[in-house]
Design a protein around this ligand. Structure first.
Ligand code: GLC
Length: 799
């Protein structure tokens, strides 16, 4: 079943059936003011924080699934028939005579919801203008019939009583009694003074007169009614309610007389602050709502702002553009996949319809990995975020599991106890720093001094060394890294007594990366120390070879997990891919391990995390993944983040067919025509897909904010297409299917725009036979920085 298609020229995904199996959403705005909107106008908005700045209420896991939202109801004032500008919440029939038709165009930073019903067409554009703390729902209404029509339009959104998401949804004996909202001269004004802060917002209508209003939710909806049929809409008039406790809403009603063929445009605007006074948020002063609406809520300004948003996103995605023999790959990488990596970087795991709604903190490991996918596009923002992470590292070398950007105070944070540390967190830093330095070429960054979270300071290189030391010092009986609270897999707890192969390989990777960085700035002693530690570690790693693959770890009672002897969790994906990525496995072991992965874990939807899934506890290792049914999530599900590592590992081994096969297996766009099976948005990666042992094999869950987006972007652009920055230039080391005859990548690199044209006349998977920069042949597979200029053409022949 297909619900829509990609429109690559417009950079939009077009939903043509609004009854998608799950809500298909989009992200609006910036970290200052942003939100989510679904194809049925569901979703919420927030100011500065998804957890404590929640303007619009969202009832998580609500029924129907994406209630509440930003709704506009339409009513024929002659017949009394009413519907909504989004298919839901009224939900008119989609089939049969007089059916409701909807088309939703999700674009980059905006969504356009079109409807056609009873001779009236609507087009509602929802977006947050750049750098603003307000959002527009701009509605064009057209009478497509031959008779004049009288149509009422009513807005509706639930304004959260308390911007603190938990207070608003849980502490009703308090939050329901703090809220106030009233109406004056075209503006609804909602204000409350909670113990925590004063929060204010306004809501306005432009382009038509307000005929009636409601600010009280229950007055608008009516008792025992739902948003499918609000009382005010049924009656054709709001009641003029003031909110004095209970629950607020934003309903402004207007009545439009539309001649045949006539179009009217009206604009609803929701903003932070007060209608009449400037509003000081502590960081900036927001102008009064009336000033903003007068300046912004005009058709011309709205069109210009949507264009500006489009241009801004085009510019942000422009630094990397690919043309390959696979149009689905191109369409994803050039538009939605790239956009998703930015959303993941922006919102981390906080602002989502799925992820913990009150989480403002940046997960340390998640953020370190998210940086990898956007550093070429927004290196300054990447560096700023990386600095924040480095200051979230404690002086002993571990890291705070969450760094709270709004309140983080380096030097004053409390260091976790040893058993509270995640054994992988700080070990991601070498990779992120390498990515930044390779991208920018700025080696001075390594000598920048930054504070630790709890006490003291060090250079960036010093921070990295400390991360390595921490893991080297916290190793277990077999010389492998202690598992502590968890490693990358949040659902495996090896503890202080047990050891994690994942973190051990990540340490090996870090030792190699830091030795290379140290060598670049001439710090021979650090480089030599890393090399020596790595060779000692490799000896310990030898003991973790199980015969055909690497074990996942060793439990506190000395028993390996992920071993052929076990009947559950016999083989795990993560240690085997990281054995390859870290370079710790010999070529023979690497091949054998990845063949075992292929045999035991791969499927047509991706590579499962482990097999067979667990059903019973194990002595000496915490298996919190047992909470998931077999085949689900970390318990043998296809965790797409880790499938991306399998793509990387296969490409590193030169197996172009298999790398591409894995990539295609979970490529969202590939599933556009069987979207009924996959269920989540075909334009974004989901965190996981039900694995082969689940009865729901193939269903994906948890779209948008996932390391799957970040790592798959790295996998496809840097490993399949093989274009990646290295200290001396741009390396071009593709690993492609043999039947690809070539491809092109246009990439920004250190201030230059470079086009890389790869030809594959002999149909090989890998191997650079010839590389030239603007006609000058160069040995090897690196286009050196000093030969590259703006507009350079790098020609590569594989063979
Ligand atoms: C989620 C978490 C991430 C973790 C992964 C595997 O994606 O955000 O931190 O590594 O699950 O458990």
């Amino acid at each position: 079943m297909r619900y829509g298609h990609f429109d690559d020229d417009a950079r939009e995904y077009v939903i043509t059936r609004p009854d998608t199996p799950r809500a298909w959403s989009n992200y609006l705005g910036s970290r200052r003011y942003g939100g989510i909107v679904t194809q049925n106008a569901g979703g919420y908005s927030f100011y500065r924080s998804g957890g404590t700045g929640r303007l619009l209420r969202m009832r998580f896991n609500g029924v129907p699934q994406d209630e509440s939202g930003r709704y506009v109801y339409l009513r024929d004032d002659v017949t009394g028939d009413f519907w909504s500008a989004s298919w839901q919440p009224v939900g008119k029939p989609l089939d049969g005579p007089g059916a409701y038709r909807a088309t939703v165009r999700h674009g980059l930073g905006y969504s356009v919801l079109e409807s056609s019903y009873a001779g009236i067409d609507t087009e509602m554009t929802m977006f947050v203008p750049r750098d603003q703390a307000f959002e527009h729902w701009s509605l064009r209404i057209t009478n497509t019939g031959a008779e004049p029509r009288v149509i009422s339009a009513f807005s509706y959104a639930e304004l959260a009583n308390d911007w603190g998401f938990r207070q608003d949804l849980e502490n009703l004996q308090y939050s329901q009694y703090v809220v106030r909202a009233d109406y004056r001269d075209g503006f609804i004004h909602r204000v409350n003074r909670t113990r925590a802060a004063t929060s204010e917002c306004w809501f306005a209508l432009s382009g038509a007169e307000v005929v009636s209003f409601d600010t009280d939710r229950d007055a608008f909806l009516g008792a025992y009614r739902t948003t499918a049929a609000p009382l005010a809409v049924e009656k054709g008039e709001c009641s003029g309610s003031e909110t004095w406790g209970d629950n607020a809403c934003a309903s402004l009603h207007t009545r439009l007389e539309l001649a045949p063929g006539e179009t009217r445009q009206i604009v609803f605007t929701l903003g932070v602050g007060s209608p009449d006074e400037p509003w000081d948020d502590g960081d900036a002063v927001l102008p009064p709502g009336r000033e903003l609406v007068a300046a912004h809520a005009t058709p011309e300004r709205i069109a210009a702002e949507v264009d500006a948003l489009r241009e801004e996103w085009a510019a942000r995605l422009a630094p990397l553009h690919v043309t390959t023999p696979d149009p689905q790959l191109d369409s994803m990488v050039n538009v939605w996949h790239a956009y998703q990596t930015h959303m993941t970087f922006n919102w981390s795991r906080g602002v989502s319809l799925i992820e913990a709604g009150d989480r403002d903190g940046l997960g340390f490991r998640d953020t370190a990995q998210d940086i990898l996918a956007i550093v070429h596009s927004i290196p300054d923002a990447a560096q700023e975020r990386l600095n924040l992470l480095l200051t979230g590292q404690t002086a002993e070398g571990g890291a705070l599991p969450l760094v709270h950007p709004l309140t983080h105070t380096p030097g004053k944070e409390q260091a976790p106890q040893l058993e509270q540390y995640r054994s992988d967190d700080a070990l991601w830093l070498p990779m992120s720093v390498t990515a930044l330095v390779n991208e920018t070429g700025d080696l001075d960054y390594l000598s920048t001094t930054l504070p630790y979270a709890d006490a003291g300071e060090d250079t960036v290189l010093g921070h990295l060394v400390q991360a390595l030391r921490f893991s080297l010092e916290h190793r277990g009986a077999h010389g492998l890294v202690q598992g502590l609270a968890a490693d990358w897999n949040d659902c495996l707890q090896f503890g202080v007594e047990g050891e994690s192969m994942f973190s051990t390989f990540l340490l090996a990777n870090g030792l190699r990366a830091v030795s290379e960085l140290a060598a670049l700035i001439g710090d021979g002693s650090v480089a030599a120390w890393c090399v020596e530690q790595l060779s000692l570690l490799l000896e310990a790693i030898e003991g973790a070879w199980d015969g055909e693959w690497y074990v996942r770890g060793i439990s506190a009672v000395g028993v390996p997990l992920g071993s052929a002897d076990a009947d559950e969790g016999r083989i795990y994906l993560e240690p085997n891919v990281w054995a390859v990525i870290s370079g710790a496995a010999s070529p023979g072991r690497a091949r054998q391990a990845m063949d075992a992965v292929h045999e035991h874990l791969s499927s047509e939807h991706g590579v499962a995390l482990c097999a067979p899934p667990h059903t019973r506890p194990l002595d000496g290792v915490g298996l919190s993944l047992l909470v998931f049914p077999p085949g689900h999530k970390e318990n043998g599900g296809i965790f797409c983040h880790a499938t991306a590592w399998a793509v990387v590992a296969e490409a590193m081994l030169g197996h172009g067919e298999r790398a591409y096969e894995y990539y295609r297996a979970y490529l969202p766009g590939r599933h556009n025509d069987d979207a009924g099976l996959r269920q989540t948005e075909p334009y974004v990666y989901s965190q996981f897909t039900h694995g082969p042992s689940s009865p729901r094999f193939g269903q994906s869950r948890n779209p948008w904010l996932t390391g799957a987006a970040s790592w798959t972007y790295v996998a496809v652009t840097q490993r399949i297409l093989g274009v990646r920055p290295v200290p001396t230039g741009l390396k071009v080391d593709p690993c492609v299917p043999a039947d690809w005859d070539g491809f092109t990548v246009r990439r920004d690199f250190r201030g230059r725009s470079v086009t890389i044209q790869v030809a594959n006349p002999d149909g090989v998977n890998r191997g650079v036979a010839m590389l030239s920069v603007d006609g000058t042949a160069v040995d090897g597979d690196i286009a050196p920085t000093d030969l590259l200029r703006d507009g350079s053409l790098v020609e590569v022949v594989l063979g």
